[in-house]
Each structure stands twice: as C-alpha cells, then as structure tokens.
Design a protein around this ligand. Structure first.
Ligand code: ZN
Length: 251
C-alpha cells in the first residue's frame, strides 16, 4: 500500500504536533517550546520538548525525537502507514489510495521532481558501480567494509568529478534543467552556464518514509580549498528537512 506523497504532505500541514502529543503527555509552554515528562523513559523533571515552529519533538534524556508521524509510531508502536492513517483521520482528510495511478501526462509537479531524483539517483549509483570510473569512490566504501550489496540497497552513488557530467546526463535524458536547479542537483554560474553541484562527491540518497528519493547528501572525496566536506540538497517542493529522517524507510 502506498499513500501519495502529496497526501502525506497535506496531512503533515494539517497536523499540529502540540495537539497530537498533548493528548497523551501533559505539556506546558516554556519560551517558544513546550515541555513535559518524556513518555519514552522514566523521569521526574521534564526533558521532553516539543517545538511548534519546527513541528518536532525531542527528548534530551533518551534522545528520541522526530515529527508527529514518528511520535505516533513510537508511542503506539505502529507502522508509518498506520500513523499517517491516524493523523489523516484526526485532520478529517480522506485517504484515497487510487490517486496514485495518474497518467504520465497528468503528472503533478511533485511527481516530476520525484522522477528527476529517481533518475539521478540511478545515474549516481551506476557511476559508483561501474568498473573504471567508480573504482576510486568504491574503494572509499570498501575500506569502510561496506559491501556492494549494501551500496545497492541504500542507493549509494558517486558524482563524477567533471563539473559538466551530470548536466550532460540531464540533457541527454531531457530532464527539465530548471527543475534540476530547484532540486539543487545543478547550479548556475553568473555567466549563465550550468554546473554539477555534487561533482566529485559520494552520494547518499535521502528517502521519504515511502521510500522515494527526496534529496541527496554528498561527501567530498578529496578535500579542496573552499569546498564543504558535506553538501546537502536544499529544501524543495518534495524535501522538508524537518520531517525526513534518513533511513526511516528501512525501519
Ligand atoms: Zn526521553
């Protein structure tokens, strides 16, 4: 069973985590946040905080945390889908599982972005697994005892070091370059030329709870002056940093 991502987003936006948690934890306001006794570990002084602004909870005692979906999953020991169903019901949102069968020409803006990330993720993964061009990056993982099977399972990848490899690939696949810019896969120089944002980095896809690629994290292989060790996709129409938990789709 798959619930369309835009439905999950609609539910997320209709939900206030403070209301959800207040039903089972007595919260009181302190500054911008709410605090209460943590329901996940025994304590006498509150170290459990809820941020209404960020729509997340965090416990400084047992270090659990996440969004409203995650709270219900942990508290009720239920699956992600069940937590979505529960919040949908609270928000009065009807879940229609047939919505996902849209025809390509009716693809929503978001679906196009998911497709671009999916295609790009495959490209990065192929780069990593290809003999020759992926050898150097693969040795990084192999030195860390990460097996090929795991690289495939987590969709790990490699962005070739030439700053135009991905742009060329995107053009060859008729990927909408403006959308690739929005997703942070490519950048634009002042003179208008496009370049690969992740060039020379090993790639970790970031998945939505439904298992779709919403963003990428890239780690530089060779440290150069003026380059950040890690680069993450910016927030986009399909990537909301506050609620995506790396690896949750494998939970
Ligand atoms: Zn706790």
């Amino acid at each position: 069973m798959r619930i369309p991502e835009n439905k999950i987003e609609e539910i997320r936006l209709a939900t206030n985590i403070v209301d959800v948690i207040s039903e089972v934890v007595q919260l009181r306001k302190r500054g911008r946040n709410y605090i209460g006794l943590c329901p996940f570990h025994n304590e006498k002084t509150p170290s459990f905080t809820v941020s209404e602004d960020k729509q997340i909870f965090h416990c400084f005692g047992c270090h659990t945390g996440g969004n409203a979906f995650k709270f219900l999953m942990d508290y009720g020991k239920i699956s992600f889908i069940e937590s979505v169903q529960e919040l949908a019901e609270k928000a009065g949102i009807h879940l229609d599982y047939e919505e996902d069968t849209s025809k390509p020409e009716e693809q929503s803006e978001q679906e196009i972005l998911y497709d671009i990330n999916h295609t790009s993720g495959r490209y990065f993964s192929d780069n990593l697994l290809n003999p020759g061009e992926g050898d150097y990056a693969r040795s990084y993982f192999e030195n860390r005892k990460i097996k090929i099977k795991t690289m495939r399972e987590f969709g790990l990848g490699y962005a070739l070091p030439e700053r135009s490899s991905f742009v060329e690939f995107a053009r060859s696949k008729n990927i909408d370059l403006e959308k690739a810019l929005h997703l942070g896969l490519i950048g634009r120089y002042n003179d208008g030329r496009l370049y690969d944002k992740f060039a020379g980095r090993i790639i970790f896809p970031i998945f939505s709870p439904n298992g779709r690629v919403v963003a990428f994290a890239g780690r530089i292989l060779e440290k150069k002056e003026g380059t950040a060790k890690y680069l993450n996709s910016p927030e986009s129409q399909i990537y909301f940093k506050s609620w995506v938990l790396y690896g949750l789709s494998y939970a």
